[in-house]
Design a protein around this ligand. Structure first.
Ligand code: HEC
Ligand code: HEC
Length: 403
């Protein structure tokens, strides 16, 4: 409501001042209130009740009265358009040929005109110069990733070609073509799109006989029937899925605040009961508790095994893992930083070790994302894993492989 008021108040005072102006004017000249304004006046009092700030409402009503009283005789502005003026605007041509002017033109004349007036941008055969629009070919590409949409491959009706060319082209000199010139150029455009041969003459008479190849792929907007019912069904709010599966752990995705706790999402009713116990457990045991609550996701672990290939040159994990150029990585979560026996760590690791710092999902994820950023001075030469998904999968794998 608050937001609505803020927007509404300036808007309503705006309307009110326009109407107040109309009221003043109505006194001096005879001015009718335009129909749309009258409609606004009609809704105004009802809305004004909702918005205490709209004190201007009485003025609005008064001006409506004045407008209604002064009536008839138009606005005192302008004059009726001449038939010639209407005709100059009324040049649209419908697919059924309605609106086509008298005239005709052949392919060869069209070619000359096209080369002279259009080819510097569209190419002599409509193939386009540089990045100007292509006008020919592209057939069969509409389902491709980069479809070539031309008047031959894409446009549904020839009437649009005529209408568009005469109305808008040549670019910069719009509406300069005569009817016969336009017929000739359209005939040539059909020729370069392999729709007619070079003897073809296009005229008002045979215009609608020409069909473009993509016409049938255009259809009336049917979303009211095909889509609207799907979106307006009552939404399912309970038991909408037969089975519930864990696809990812929020803590591994890095979306939960750092609490140092690895928690499994409840997989089913039974798992919910086990969860509080896991929360109370010491950090080292929680990782294991996660598994017991049904949090094992083999697909994730397999992904993680794939990611671990990037580490394998320097690290080992699992039974019998030993230090290589990097320390062994067993039981990492909950393990004191820099504590792999017999490994010579860098100073930053030794400091963290002395301070008793322990690896958590969060600190590991941060270290793996950007080793040098998280542990400035580390001797681990690894650029980092940018993808949160990769890190989550990797950690799931490391945890699994340690057991
Ligand atoms: C100065 C460059 C230039 C010239 C010359 C020119 N055009 Fe164009 N043409 C354009 C541009 C730019 C567009 C795209 C306009 C837009 O999308 O608003 C265009 C668009 C078109 C289209 C629509 C293409 C599509 O698929 O959307 C047709 C058809 C066309 N021109 C025909 C012609 C004809 C016929 C002539 C000569 C009588 C001509 N043009 C001369 C630049 C030019
Ligand atoms: C080029 C060799 C190399 C690569 C590749 C590498 N590491 Fe390391 N890693 C090291 C070294 C060396 C250290 C010790 C860092 C220090 O002392 O500064 C280390 C330390 C670690 C630690 C800290 C362990 C502890 O005991 O505190 C973790 C965790 C770790 N690496 C994980 C990974 C993971 C996961 C990958 C793959 C995504 C990886 N590393 C890639 C060399 C590497």
């Amino acid at each position: 409501m608050l937001k609505f008021l803020k927007i509404f108040v300036p808007a309503s005072t705006g309307v009110a001042s326009i109407l107040a102006l109309a009221y003043v004017a109505a006194d001096q000249f005879v001015i009718d209130v335009p129909a749309p304004v009258r409609e606004m006046v009609a809704v105004q009092p009802a809305m004004a009740q909702e918005a205490p700030a709209a004190e201007a409402a009485p003025v609005v009503v008064a001006s409506a009265g004045a407008g209604a009283a002064s009536l008839a005789g138009g606005y005192g502005l302008g004059r009726p358009a001449l038939a010639e003026e209407v005709a100059a605007w009324d040049t649209d041509i419908r697919p059924d040929g309605l609106g086509l002017p008298e005239g005709s033109g052949d392919v060869l004349t069209g070619e000359e005109l096209f080369v002279e007036k259009c080819s510097m941008c569209h190419g002599e055969f409509g193939e386009a110069v540089g990045r100007w629009p292509v006008l020919a070919n592209g057939f069969g590409t509409l389902t491709h990733k980069d479809p070539v949409k031309t008047i031959g491959s894409y446009w549904p009706y020839l009437s649009t070609v005529y209408d568009y060319v005469q109305r808008a082209m040549p670019f910069g000199e719009a509406a300069s073509l005569s009817n016969d010139e336009t017929y000739a150029i359209v005939a040539y455009l059909m020729y370069v799109n392999d729709l007619v041969d070079d003897e073809f003459v296009l005229s008002k008479e045979n215009f609608t006989e020409v069909r473009l190849v993509n016409e049938d792929n255009f259809f009336m907007d049917d979303r009211m029937e095909t889509e609207f019912p799907l979106f307006t069904q009552e939404a399912c709010m309970t038991n909408c899925k037969d089975t519930v599966e864990i696809t990812m752990h929020a803590s591994m995705l890095d979306v939960t605040p750092d609490s140092g706790v690895v928690r499994a999402q409840p997989a089913a009713e039974g798992a919910v009961e086990a969860a509080p116990a896991a929360e109370e457990a010491a950090p080292a045991e929680e990782a294991a508790a996660t598994e017991e609550t049904g949090g094992v996701d083999m697909a994730l672990i397999e992904d993680g095994e794939g990611v671990f290939k990037k580490c394998r040159a320097c690290h080992q994990v699992g039974e019998g893992a030993v230090n290589r150029s990097g320390p062994q990585l067993n039981g990492l979560i909950g393990r004191t930083i820099g504590s792999a026996e017999g490994f010579g760590y860098s100073n930053v690791f030794n400091d963290a070790n002395a301070a008793g710092e322990v690896w958590t999902v969060e600190t590991l994820s941060a270290f793996l994302e950007n080793p040098k950023g998280a542990m400035s001075g580390t001797k681990m030469s690894f650029a980092g894993l940018r993808s949160a998904d990769d890190r989550a999968a990797l950690l799931a794998y490391l945890q699994h492989a340690s057991n």
